[in-house]
Design a protein around this ligand. Structure first.
Ligand SMILES: C[S@@+](CC[C@H](N)C(=O)[O-])C[C@H]1O[C@@H](n2cnc3c(N)ncnc32)[C@H](O)[C@@H]1O
Length: 273
């Protein structure tokens, strides 16, 4: 089973539990705005829906809550996260949601079987993006829709007052993920990749979160120190720069007019009928 690429929950940050909490906060941060786009891109109740690279199951849980008549499948490659997702969804009384271990590269799922596929923050970590898109297209029904959501680390967190050293942090992050076979600036490429992969009616949008709307706490929880600390340990970022970012961040939030924004990129496509 393919486990290559630039995301491994056990090693991307400093601690698995902290990383899982960060993933949860990252779902919460964007969910209200993301939901609007999922509806617009064709998600509706009663559909058969698959999330590929579902991680700990936080997004599929949100979908289950909003679309209770959907038949849901969550596929995840990492056995630790498969177990986590199963437990989490059981606790949330979502026994109907099927959680399976598998790779997006060769899911083992039947051809032409889903109305809607969600692939969120997964493509950016894969060495064979075209192969993954091909597999998503294969398992969609004719007329079925897929939404791919990814980052573009050229345009990650921005703040007012500006913290110039954040650029160094994101450059270090991009270097680390690229060295592992990922594409941390894939956001801008998504529509072209989908068209090349055979999707029709390709659409694209940006979803953003702003601290004045969602609150500072959401950003603190969805960023955290785990990944930056690991970049220092691995030699991608100097501890001096990380220190300056910490000071800059503390000063920034003290400013009564401060602002924190972040955006993620969504591309949707349809399988030809
Ligand atoms: C950044 S996490 C995103 C999790 C979830 N989609 C979310 O938005 O919260 C990336 C996920 O993709 C999974 N992943 C990486 N390579 C994969 C592959 N080849 N097949 C399936 N999942 C994969 C990782 O294990 C991880 O759970």
């Amino acid at each position: 089973m393919t486990r290559e690429g630039s995301y491994h929950v056990q090693s991307i940050g400093s601690n698995v539990e902290i990383e899982i909490k960060r993933l949860q906060a990252q779902v919460e941060l964007f969910w209200p705005n993301e939901l609007k786009h999922y509806r617009e891109f064709g998600l509706s109740d009663g559909m058969s829906v698959v999330e590929l690279g579902a991680g700990p199951g936080f997004m599929i849980d949100k979908i289950a809550e909003r679309f209770p008549r959907c038949q849901l499948t969550a596929l995840e490659v990492d056995p630790l996260l498969v177990e986590y997702a199963k437990n989490y969804l059981t606790q949330k009384n979502r026994q109907d949601c099927r959680v399976i271990q598998g790779s997006i590269m060769a899911t083992g799922l039947a051809e032409n079987s889903f109305d809607f596929a969600l692939i969120r923050m997964v493509l950016e970590h894969l060495p064979d993006i075209e192969g993954a898109i091909r597999e998503v297209l294969r398992i969609l029904k004719p007329g079925g829709k897929a939404v791919f959501v990814d980052n573009d680390f050229e345009m990650h967190i921005m703040t007012y007052p500006h913290i110039p050293e954040l650029r160094e942090l994101y450059d270090a992050y991009c270097q680390a993920r690229s060295n592992e076979g990922g594409s941390p600036k894939i956001g801008r490429e998504l529509p072209v990749l989908l068209k090349k992969g055979g999707f029709s009616r390709v659409d694209f949008d940006v979803v953003s979160a702003h601290s004045d709307i969602v609150g500072d706490e959401m950003f603190f929880r969805s960023e955290g120190i785990g990944i930056p600390s690991k970049l220092v340990t691995e030699g991608y970022l100097s501890s001096k720069t990380l220190g300056k970012i910490s000071v800059g961040w503390r000063n920034m939030v003290k400013n009564k007019d401060h602002a924190i924004i972040r955006q993620i990129y969504l591309a949707a496509g349809e399988k030809k009928r």
